[in-house]
Design a protein. Sequence first.
Length: 180
Amino acid sequence: MRRLSAHERALWARVAASVKPLPGKRAPEMPVAAIAVPAAPAAPKAKPPSRPAPTSALAKPAVPPPKVAKPHPLGAPLDGTWDRQISRGRLFPDRVIDLHGHTVVDAHATLSSAILANDGTRVILVVTGKGRPDRPARIRAELMHWLERPDLRSQVASLRAAHPRHGGGGAFYIILRRAK
């Protein structure tokens, strides 16, 4: 057996102060410093039947916080048809933009011109690359920031990770809004 540390004694004192003894019983007078905790349990004991925990003024009922729907980062979410097509590998892009080997500035200009072209394209596959631990993918890191800009955000309906056949973690589908 070992003695309780100062932190453990203070914690025990707070717990003991919050507990009321059963009716007809009184709390045992035990000095806090003399309480010892076994170093390792000898054998598992039978679990007593569960009873509801006593409520006290300090204990508050655990109420989960209400779930608040997060707004989709790029406009309203798409219907399930899009996600099913993507997950099954049946979504085929209208245009493919491979940004490997581009500078960040050149990649941004290429992507912006493709999105703003208004040529009837609905799905653009953007291949950014996954990066490596020694050389992170800077274009991939900047992609979300570019799409959040006001000039491009109004054109983009959604951004989704690409299916493995189209590049997986190193590529994205940009789904454009329908032209009005």
